[in-house]
Structure formats: structure tokens, C-alpha cells
Design a protein around this ligand. Structure first.
Ligand SMILES: [Zn+2]
Length: 187
């Protein structure tokens, strides 16, 4: 994952270029091939490139299932539902926090985030780490070692994100569970 040099916005746009909804399975009723476009909306997205936080926008596609009438949004897993900050952004903040590379004050100003947000991400990361590894292994695995392992995964999605979603019904570092409103795709 550390070798992925693209921003979340680039990854998102590339993913959407190759995405087609013909075979999409509805996350509400499970029927396949019955989803049609239901418009799109713009969402802000933060990335960290060339040493600073930058803000851009992504265009999120919504689909409507003609079988059950529910709608859902299509998001690849670098985008965390309900969060302006992408997965790479948060993992980078946490890696620098746990190593630790900077003081908390310096870290927050470097990334343009509040101290309370940093601690919210830290607590979420620690609880998801425990959920992922199990309590015993988690206690023996330092957060810095765990985050390092994540950063060096060859394919983040296949090896980790996909399994975390299956395990806990939400994305890694997503604060609450999916109400089936979002369908997470793996890039
Ligand atoms: Zn449906």
C-alpha cells in the first residue's frame, strides 16, 4: 500500500472509469443486474500529497434497484463512508502518530486536523485493530507494528479491507456500521 503513489481522488476516478453497474448486486435485496443509475452527488475529499493536506471533490454515483426500490452509493474502499478523509490520509496520520514522528500539536497542524479528531481516529484504530486481531493477539501487537504491516501490504483491498468488511460490516476506520446504504467495492 505504501507503494501506491496516487491520491484517493485519482484512485476513485480510475475505479469509476472502469466500473459498470450492469452486474451490480443490490445490498438491500441481493438481486443482481437490476440496478439503474439514480443520479450522482459531489462530496469533498481530503488527500495528503507533497507534504500537505489538499481538498478536492469526487462525484459519487447512486444506483436504484428496480427490484426493491432502494438506492445506494458506489464507493471504492479507499473512500470511507461518511468521512471527508480517505483511508490513506487517516493511516498516514496514525502512522506518524504511533511512530511517533511529531508531537501531537505539530502533527495536527501538519495535517490540518483538530486534536480531538486525531484522538477519535486513534481510538477507532485501536478498537478495529482489536476486532481484527482478537483481544489476545492485539494486546501483544504494538499499534506501530500493526500499522506498518498494513502499509506494507501488497494489495490492501484483497488482503485486508475486503476481509474487514466481511468481518464487521463496515470499512476499516469507519465509525459506524453500513446501513446497506453504501456498497463498498474493492479496488
Ligand atoms: Zn434491491
Amino acid at each position: 500500500m505504501i507503494r501506491i503513489k496516487k491520491t484517493s481522488i485519482q484512485l476513485f476516478n480510475e475505479y469509476m472509469l472502469s466500473y459498470s453497474w450492469e452486474d451490480e448486486a443490490c445490498p438491500w435485496c441481493g438481486s443482481k443486474g437490476n440496478c439503474v443509475s439514480h443520479g450522482s452527488y459531489m462530496r469533498s475529499m481530503a488527500d495528503f500529497t507533497y507534504g500537505k493536506a489538499v481538498y478536492g471533490e469526487i462525484c459519487v454515483l447512486r444506483l436504484c434497484c428496480t427490484s426493491c426500490g432502494h438506492t445506494h452509493a458506489i464507493l471504492p474502499d479507499v473512500i470511507i463512508p461518511y468521512s471527508v478523509y480517505g483511508l490513506f490520509f487517516i493511516l498516514r496520520v496514525l502512522a506518524e502518530y504511533f511512530l511517533p514522528l511529531h508531537t501531537v500539536g505539530k502533527l495536527c497542524s501538519r495535517f490540518g486536523i483538530s486534536v480531538s479528531m486525531l484522538y477519535r481516529w486513534r481510538d477507532l484504530f485501536l478498537s478495529h485493530k482489536q476486532e481484527w486481531l482478537g483481544m489476545l493477539v492485539s494486546a501483544e501487537t504494538a499499534p506501530s507494528a500493526f500499522i506498518k504491516g498494513l502499509c506494507f501490504l501488497e494489495r490492501y483491498s484483497i488482503s485486508f479491507a475486503c476481509q474487514f468488511v466481511l468481518l464487521s460490516a463496515r470499512s476499516f476506520l469507519q465509525s459506524h456500521r453500513n446501513p446497506a446504504d453504501y456498497r463498498q467495492e474493492f479496488f
